[in-house]
Design a protein around this ligand. Structure first.
Ligand code: AMP
Ligand code: MG
Length: 404
């Protein structure tokens, strides 16, 4: 049977970054990957500007930092100065306003006192040319590349796109991911499920898992365990960049997903991985559409998504770091566990100043989604019999980058 890392390699070997498109620049591009180098059409700042509220001065007038100066004008941000400074003169200036000609320094308002007759008394350290000024083009020169292709757009990058006047940009689109739940027993209903029925936890969970790394979920509903029900919905899902099914991939009598996929021309790349929970996971492709058949048990579905689907979404979306994050963590309690397959065990991970600490959470196996509401990570445990004492360093897969 394939190992997890072999299976991940197969997925990534089949996952190609989507072709770039031209899109309007809005906050909705947050997290998407730039597909061009972006060049500035302006100097930033476009003029020598004051970094302080105070007085624009000639540093030559303040060799000792003390002088009485005449104030000839007041400039607020957005205005242009009309008068050049001569010896012994100053201009009142606000943060962000352009410096008048003749000035080469700004003295903070706090270092001055108003006198009568539009005069000020400066009491400061010796003035230095350039103090409290940002020179034109210091931040960005016109024609300079400010963002490079491959950048994952963060708020500051969106700010720079606006600064350099971009209204549209070439970007890797978000992958569209169709989601299909399967099973005669599954209901999408707030009503109490009838006898033998359960509600569709996976549909909601998988949509959120798609959205988190930047995919666009397209929920197709529930297919029943009949070819006539499954086939048209799978056909619809094959129009997307990716189709993620849950249920129907194991060895049960009504596990019809592999057969239907095959009939519809999906080439299976693997079916079963040496893994717990999630062994029956299936991966295939039809033309550009990647297809994942996740086991129906919710914890299996979530783990398989993190291990195989999320990296594929990240790759299609153009990211370079796509694999789940693994960290070393100190086990905080004794943990005894026997397993015949490499296991992803739900756990709570915390950063404790200088290292990660991890605690397994109570867990009753692959149907027990409730356990994951108390977990934010998985301890990765090799096959075998383990008596892990508190203090042992273990490998942990993080599933919530932002919160830990
Ligand atoms: P299957 O993989 O279809 O054999 O399903 C395995 C187990 O997962 C069964 O107990 C199913 O009832 C359960 N299951 C399947 N689909 C879902 C779903 N969408 N939400 C919650 N549980 C599910
Ligand atoms: Mg089923």
């Amino acid at each position: 049977m394939l190992s997890v890392s072999e299976a991940q390699s197969i997925v990534l070997a089949n996952a190609r970054t989507l072709s770039a498109v031209q899109l309007p620049v809005t906050h909705a591009l947050l997290g998407q990957v730039l597909a061009e180098d972006v060049v500035s059409d302006v100097d930033m700042p476009p003029f020598d500007k004051s970094l302080m509220d105070g007085f624009a001065v000639r540093s030559a007038d303040l060799p000792e930092g003390k002088a009485t100066l005449s104030v000839i004008e007041e400039i607020t941000a957005g205005q242009m100065p009309t008068r050049s400074l001569a010896q012994g003169q100053a201009t009142r200036i606000m943060t962000g306003a352009p410096l008048p000609r003749g000035a080469d320094a700004v003295v903070m308002i706090e270092r001055t006192q108003f006198l009568a007759n539009s005069q000020i008394q400066v009491e400061d350290k010796p003035a230095r040319a350039g103090q409290n000024i940002m020179a034109r083009g210091r931040e960005i020169r016109r024609g300079e590349t400010v963002l490079t292709s491959g950048t994952e757009l963060r708020p500051q990058d969106l700010g720079i796109l606006a600064t350099v006047g971009r209204t549209t940009v070439r970007i890797v689109p978000r992958p569209r991911v169709a989601i299909l739940s399967t099973g005669d027993e599954i209901v999408d209903s707030p009503e109490q499920p009838g006898p033998g029925r359960i509600r569709n936890g996976n549909g909601a969970m998988l949509q959120a898992q798609v959205a988190r790394p930047g995919g666009i979920p397209d929920y197709l509903g529930i297919a029943r365990d009949r070819v006539e029900s499954l086939r048209p919905l799978v056909e619809k899902g094959l129009q997307a960049d990716m189709l993620v099914l849950s249920g129907g991939v194991s060895a049960g009598k009504l596990d019809l997903v592999p057969g239907v996929l095959q009939d519809l021309g999906v080439q299976a790349h693997f079916h079963k991985v040496e893994l717990k929970p999630g062994k029956p996971v299936l991966f295939g492709a039809k033309e550009k559409t990647l297809v994942f058949g996740l086991p129906g048990n919710p914890v299996s579905a979530l783990v398989c998504f993190e291990l195989f689907v999320r990296p594929a979404i990240r790759r299609l979306a153009g990211h370079t770091k796509v694999q789940p994050s693994l960290v070393d963590a100190v086990l905080v309690e004794n943990f005894v566990y026997n397993t015949d397959r490499p296991t992803y065990y739900p756990a709570w991970l915390e950063w404790e100043g200088k290292d990660y600490r991890v605690r397994p959470v109570p867990w009753f196996g692959s149907p027990d989604l409730r356990a994951l509401t108390q977990a934010n990570a998985f301890i990765v445990i090799a096959a075998g019999q383990h008596e892990l004492p508190a203090g042992r360093i273990v490998t942990v897969m993080k599933t919530e980058d932002e919160t830990i």
